[in-house]
Ligand binder design. Structure first.
Ligand code: UD2
Length: 274
């Protein structure tokens, strides 16, 4: 156990930090269940440059020893690098259109993940994680992260008072979180859970994003704002600490004993379409 961090939420969901779980015990339990993990990653436009590092480090750290199916969504299928995958692991490329607005590329992920699950993903996976591509793995991300609905605490705000969380604050948006409300500020760059739970999340966030757009509103942080509203109403059954999505530009805080996955430093102006 740990005494320097919160290990359980007020609604009794575990908050996963290094030192709060026994990886060997958990792996042996899930091995017997023969679980299958899907991961989605979007690389649209110039973001294909991040794929090699993402995929190579996933091979080293993401559910090693389990059945993993990575779905790469891209408009540049020819730029998807060949990465050697271990037995039981595979990669599928899905074509998606590009867009002139990065906000749209990022937000549209919700709809495409919803569709992927509806396209009979149930025959191929039990759990799914949806991850930003401009990221890399450094340490174990495994069975300790499994749950019904899984959120990751954003590394940028977890030490702040909730009044400083960048939730959508306009009541007319369907992503609205009122002052004084909200549990954590969760990342848009990593979330997951069972197919059923992630299907409901992506469908709800997509519908709310579209309904907002019809009224000329785009939430402050696009689908991340909608995800935060969703997870305020529908509490995650497991919460992953910022070890599960750190940012390379941030020095590691002492309570973070292990960075497992992190966003790489990027030049926004050079890689985004606008
Ligand atoms: C944050 C979130 C991101 C999303 C965004 C708000 C984290 C760490 N990141 O990141 O998930 O919620 O805010 O919209 O929580 N993409 C492309 N091509 C593009 C632009 C984006 O493929 O031209 C994809 C790619 O998978 C990328 C993701 O969309 O990882 C998010 O875009 P971003 O990384 O530029 O957004 P960022 O860094 O503001």
């Amino acid at each position: 156990g740990r005494t320097d961090v919160v290990m359980v939420t007020p609604w009794l969901a575990p908050v996963v930090w290094e030192g709060t779980f026994n990886p060997n015990l958990l792996d042996s339990i899930y091995k017997l269940k023969n679980i299958r993990i899907a991961a989605t990653v979007f690389a649209v436009g110039k973001y294909t440059i991040f794929l090699k590092n993402f995929l190579e480090t996933a091979e080293q750290h993401f559910f090693v020893g389990f059945q993993v199916h990575v779905y790469v969504f891209t408009d540049r299928p020819l730029d998807v690098p060949q990465v050697k995958m271990s037995a039981g692991r595979q990669l599928t490329v899905r074509s998606v259109p590009n867009s002139q607005r990065w906000q749209e590329i990022s937000a549209r992920r919700m709809e495409l993940i919803q569709k992927l699950i509806e396209d009979n993903l149930h025959s191929y996976a039990d759990y799914i994680f949806c991850l930003d591509v401009d990221s890399q793995f450094h340490g174990r991300w495994g069975t300790e992260s499994l749950g019904g609905l899984v959120g990751v605490i954003h590394p940028g705000y977890y030490r702040d008072d909730r009044s400083r969380f960048p939730y959508e604050r306009r009541p007319e948006s369907r992503a609205y979180v009122a002052p004084g409300e909200g549990d954590f500020y969760y990342c848009g760059g990593a979330f997951g859970g069972t197919l059923e739970e992630v299907h409901l999340l992506t469908k709800t966030c997509h519908t709310n994003f579209i309904d907002d757009a019809k009224e000329g509103i785009e939430a402050a942080w696009q689908e991340e704002s909608h995800l935060n509203r969703y997870m305020w109403i529908n509490k995650p059954s497991k919460v992953l600490s910022p070890e599960y999505l750190w940012q390379d530009f941030k020095p590691r805080n002492p309570e973070v004993h292990l960075v497992r996955f992190s966003g790489v430093i990027k030049n926004y102006a050079a890689i985004r379409p606008n």
